[in-house]
Design a binder for this molecule. Structure first.
Ligand SMILES: N[C@@H](CCC(=O)N[C@@H](CS)C(=O)NCC(=O)O)C(=O)O
Length: 216
């Protein structure tokens, strides 16, 4: 059955792989599933045709036959359940890999987004400089804990899994800020994720959309 995902017609990240369609592309590449992409403008994302599959008018979505999904985590989970390669066969190891997906999305991503929003949206507020240290400290705490848990391992729990795919995708947002540099094991972990051929293909596919649009 044909798989179609949605992505930005013109990604605000300038093709740096940070938009959340990249993690879905990456999962599909890891399991060797071909897919089509429907590109959406910001206007089209808020129109009824897209609000039907996505109640919040965002990307990515995933369509396959009569299934329409939203939320990148749910989509990656669906792909990982349907195809071999992203979840371990052992039931307990599988449950732990799923726990890491949730940890990435509900424990690590929120403080990263909080910092990004503070820097982007709150920069001109009179209380910006008072709030920022607390936001940064909350994130550093989580990064320190994650780094301690990862230790010298290549991946979070044995073989590479959907948990690592989502965790690396989430941490990649911090790369431009240099904040990961204080955590060498996390920097190396992210680099290992980026070095995977499936990630490279996903990244290039997302970047190709941007370069085609900008003519660069
Ligand atoms: N929790 C959602 C977040 C989706 C999301 O924030 N998508 C962004 C692109 S990465 C978006 O569509 N932004 C435009 C908007 O919210 O209008 C997921 O993981 O899929």
């Amino acid at each position: 059955m044909t798989i179609t995902i949605t992505a930005f017609e013109r990604s605000p990240d300038g093709g740096k792989g940070l938009a959340r369609d990249t993690r879905v592309r990456w999962a599909l590449e890891e399991v060797g599933q071909p897919y089509n992409v429907r590109l959406l403008s910001f206007k089209a994302m808020k129109e009824p045709a897209h609000l039907a599959p996505h109640p919040f008018g965002q990307i990515p979505t995933y369509e396959e036959g009569d299934l329409a999904l939203f939320e990148s985590g749910a989509i990656v989970f669906h792909i990982a359940e349907r195809h071999a390669g992203l979840l371990p066969a052992d039931a307990n190891a599988r449950a732990r890999a799923i726990a890491w997906m949730f940890a990435a999305l509900s424990t690590i991503e929120p403080p990263i987004l909080d910092l990004a929003n503070a820097r982007l949206v709150e920069r001109n507020e009179p209380w910006y400089h008072q709030r920022l240290p607390a936001v940064e400290q909350r994130l550093r705490q989580r990064l320190g804990e994650l780094s301690d848990r990862l230790g010298k391992a290549d991946w979070l729990d044995g073989e590479f899994s959907a948990g690592d795919l989502i965790m690396v995708s989430v941490l990649l947002r911090l790369k431009p800020s240099g904040m990961l540099d204080a955590y060498p094991s996390l920097s190396a972990y992210v680099a290992r994720g980026e070095a995977r051929p499936a990630y490279q293909r996903a990244f290039e596919a997302q970047r190709a959309v941007f370069t085609a649009q900008s003519g660069s």
